[in-house]
Design a binder for this molecule. Structure first.
Ligand code: SF4
Length: 385
């Protein structure tokens, strides 16, 4: 089953909850005690088998090792996980297999074993190329290690590489952001993710913010940073295809992340991983000890009502440049987008923020700058349906 723009096949996500050091801004579930890593891999293998019927009869075309720091796992451990996945799930021949890597944890030898296990895409967490910013973010690697790690990927035969950056750091100037972007595009990479730093409550940055030790950027500065990112990357041939994601051509889009944005089912394994089968959602607890005791066998599934599904779909699809595909919307929900969102369309259709025709509804570049604000008006009219 193929949509002309993205795959409708389900994807598989594996959460590896270990890090060398907990970065001050990070809200992902991860711990810094590596003692349980081998035990964890054993339990993850059990969960791979336990969930194998989730998409029975369907082919899967993406596998994503996220975290945490999946590149802390040895080549052998990734190989064991991939062998089990191949044994119990039907993988498409051209499956995109991504692994998130921290530049301080890889070398050519390890990456070559990952590649032999099937990994064909690396998402490299760089965040910045400036010494003071890397220190502030509490990253364990230097700027030089980012470039070396990218070279290692190429030497190991993995040439689909994405780099993650953060923007709108407290006190970061537009020029400092520009230098980071310049260094990123100078690397042989075809995909970039540039996220605005969000100070999350349950992090060390959150505590520092509450006690007045850290000031977040104001929304005007965030918007300026975003605008500069769009302009700069467009000039370097990186097309923005989702609000924070940029690629040098459609073949480099993240196939896996597009599933989240287009409401395509995915199965998440490991502590804190979320799953969605098209109608129901469930998540493992953010608790390694619970997971190691087999907690994944005991999760509550939530049935999504139609209103929630429509709302979530529209919110996520609008964050992509291609916007809402009206044919896909009708396939999923059985009613036209133009009917359910008549009020929303009427509000914005004459503005410079949206484009609307028979096939799609999407935000213009100016609209993308206001994506969050515009999304607050996405209220479906479902009562009459
Ligand atoms: S390395 Fe990544 S996952 Fe680990 S703490 Fe830092 S930002 Fe979070």
């Amino acid at each position: 089953l193929k949509h002309e723009n993205f795959s409708l096949l389900p994807g598989l996500y594996l959460h590896i909850p270990f890090c060398h050091h907990k970065c001050g801004y990070c809200d992902f579930y991860s711990i810094t005690q590596p003692e349980d890593m081998e035990l964890f891999v054993g339990v993850l293998l059990e969960e791979i088998v336990y969930r194998k019927e989730t998409f029975a009869g369907q082919t899967i075309d993406t596998v994503y090792f996220g975290g945490g720091t999946p590149s802390l796992l040895s080549g052998t451990q990734i190989n064991r996980l991939m062998s089990a996945i191949r044994r119990h799930y039907a993988l498409a021949q051209d499956t995109e297999i991504t692994l998130e890597a921290n530049p301080g944890t890889v070398d050519t030898g390890k990456l070559a074993i990952y590649r032999d296990a099937g990994v064909n895409r690396i998402s490299m967490g760089a965040q910045s190329f400036a010494v003071a910013e890397l220190e502030f973010l509490e990253r364990i690697h230097s700027a030089d290690q980012i470039a070396l790690a990218v070279e290692d990927c190429l030497r190991a035969g993995i040439n689909k590489i994405s780099v993650d950056l953060l923007s709108a750091l407290p006190g970061q100037s537009l020029q400092a952001l520009r230098q980071n972007l310049q260094k990123a595009v100078a690397l042989p990479v075809h995909h970039l993710s540039v996220y605005t730093l969000i100070i999350e409550e349950n992090t060390r940055f959150g505590q520092m913010h509450r006690s007045g030790l850290l000031q977040a950027c104001d929304s005007e500065t965030e918007a300026e940073h975003y605008e500069q990112t769009l302009d700069f990357l467009a000039g370097k041939g990186f097309e923005m295809y989702e609000v924070s994601n940029f690629a040098r051509g459609q073949e480099y889009y993240s196939r896996h992340n597009q599933k989240y944005w287009n409401y395509v089912p995915y199965l998440g394994l490991g502590p804190s991983a979320h799953s969605f089968d098209g109608h129901r959602r469930w998540a493992n607890k953010r608790d390694l000890k619970h997971y190691l005791k087999g907690g994944f066998r005991n999760v509550r599934q939530e049935e999504l009502n139609r209103t929630t599904q429509v709302e979530e779909y529209a919110f996520l699809a609008l964050r992509q440049k291609r916007g809402i595909d009206k044919r896909h919307f009708r396939q999923l929900f059985g009613v036209p987008f133009d009917t359910i969102y008549a009020d929303f369309i009427a509000r914005f259709k004459a503005s410079e923020f949206v484009e609307n025709d028979d096939n799609r509804f999407c935000l213009t570049t100016r609209g993308m700058l206001l994506c969050d604000e515009i999304s607050t008006y996405l209220r479906p009219i479902l009562a009459a349906q």
